[in-house]
Design a protein around this ligand. Structure first.
Ligand code: TMP
Length: 392
């Protein structure tokens, strides 16, 4: 049974950065639910994929050095540990992972045409398609079974998880490895990062819910890695149950134990989270309003989809945060979805025009602080809402 626990209000499509403000932007009610049987956390409203993942999708994995490093490290690990003959990535984005492999060995699946074009142009076999059973059948006919399938921050964006895993099961070889990587529900709860929820993120996985899901498809997790990417993610290493060559590591049990200890299997935990989120909104607005009263200027750093949830949930307008800055070409000179806050092109002197910086990309805090050392020394102050709203 799905039980409701949080209302994040009316939210526009998180990655729909408009070039002119004024056009009415469609909004969708963002409500969160907990499934008492499967323990999956999901949003209520399912928006057709074509509306979100099309030929103007602005999110590029390669825009952060942190992500590039993470993918490079993973590619070395995959080669060393599994040495696969054929790798398939579901949601290959702009190629941040696949570019680390031999072109003959990898296949990318990417529904956003603007992104698929980048990897195709660079000589990587890329299918500009949505992941589904029909595609898995086609790929199997053409390429045979695949021995390693990888997907980061993608499966949680697909509504029909049954079809997702059935398709993977169809294509993956008997002893093949599936690696998936997504934001961690446990970290989200601990950090009170309610901004992990937006229309694209249909689900937020925990090891508990992934285990329950996989069980139905005869898959099992054999290893788990906690990552710092995207504000705290989990990388799940998965095999078919029939594959007895691989031992299940203790850290799988440990993760489930930690999640159970925190209460991820209980509805009350989500009610508590909901209370904390409401408090977070009040406290963040208090900080921003105080700064405004003192006549100081605030800029948002990183025009993230996460920031869109915050702006629209807290009703933050350009009287509180004057601009956002970002390095992504697809976002520059556009407006934050749902709000008349313009995104300016980042340059290394831009912070001198502001007194405070709101960390939209709080998940890259380390990388950003490193980059902006000069301004931090000069007294520019950062504001974050993680885990509680405060000035750093
Ligand atoms: P994400 O949190 O959804 O991964 O998005 C990060 C956004 O922040 C992306 O639009 C790129 C932007 N960004 C900057 O503009 N400058 C930076 O230094 C970093 C690390 C990210």
């Amino acid at each position: 049974m799905n039980k409701y626990f949080l209302d994040l209000g009316q939210q526009p499509l998180a990655n729909n950065y408009l070039s002119t403000f004024g056009k009415v932007q469609k909004k969708y009610h963002l409500k969160l639910f907990f499934n008492t049987k499967t323990k999956i956390v999901s949003i209520s409203k399912r928006i057709p994929s074509e509306k979100m993942f099309n030929n103007t999708y602005p999110y590029r994995s390669s825009m952060s050095q942190t992500m590039k490093n993470s993918f490079f490290k993973l590619s070395l690990e995959i080669k060393r540990k599994f040495n696969p003959k054929k790798i398939l990535e579901i949601g290959s984005n702009d190629g941040a992972l696949i570019k680390n492999f031999d072109k003959k060995k990898v296949i990318g699946i990417e529904p956003c045409n603007n992104l698929a074009k980048i990897t195709s142009k660079n000589g990587f076999v890329t299918y500009n398609k949505y992941w589904n059973y029909k595609l898995a059948q086609k790929l199997k006919k053409k390429h045979g079974n695949i021995d390693l399938i990888y997907s980061a921050n993608t499966l949680t964006h697909i509504s029909n998880l049954n079809d997702v895993f059935r398709s993977i099961s169809h294509l993956l070889s008997k002893n093949g490895i599936l690696i998936i990587e997504d934001p961690s529900l446990l970290e989200c709860m601990k950090k009170n990062s309610y901004d992990q929820f937006y229309n694209e993120h249909i689900y937020l996985f925990s090891a508990i819910s992934v285990k329950n899901l996989l069980n139905e498809f005869n898959f099992e997790i054999f290893d788990i890695k906690n990552l710092s990417t995207h504000g705290g993610s989990i990388r799940y290493y998965i095999k078919k149950k029939g594959n007895k060559n691989i031992k299940i590591k203790y850290n799988v049990k440990k993760q489930i134990k930690n999640e159970t200890k925190y209460g991820l299997h209980k509805f009350e935990t989500y009610k508590k989270f909901s209370k904390n989120v409401k408090k977070s909104k009040i406290n963040l607005l208090e900080i921003l309003k105080k700064i405004k009263k003192n006549g100081k200027k605030i800029v948002g750093y990183g025009a993230t989809a996460k920031a869109v949830t915050i702006l629209n949930y807290c009703n933050i307008n350009n009287d509180l945060i004057q601009n956002f800055i970002d390095i992504t070409p697809e976002k520059i000179n556009r407006y934050m979805p749902g709000k008349k806050i313009k995104i300016l092109k980042y340059n290394k002197n831009i912070l001198k025009n502001y007194d405070f910086v709101f960390l939209g990309a709080w998940n890259f805090k380390k990388e950003i602080f490193n980059k902006e050392k000069k301004f931090i020394k000069k007294g520019v102050k950062f504001i974050t809402h993680i885990p509680k709203p405060k000035i750093i």
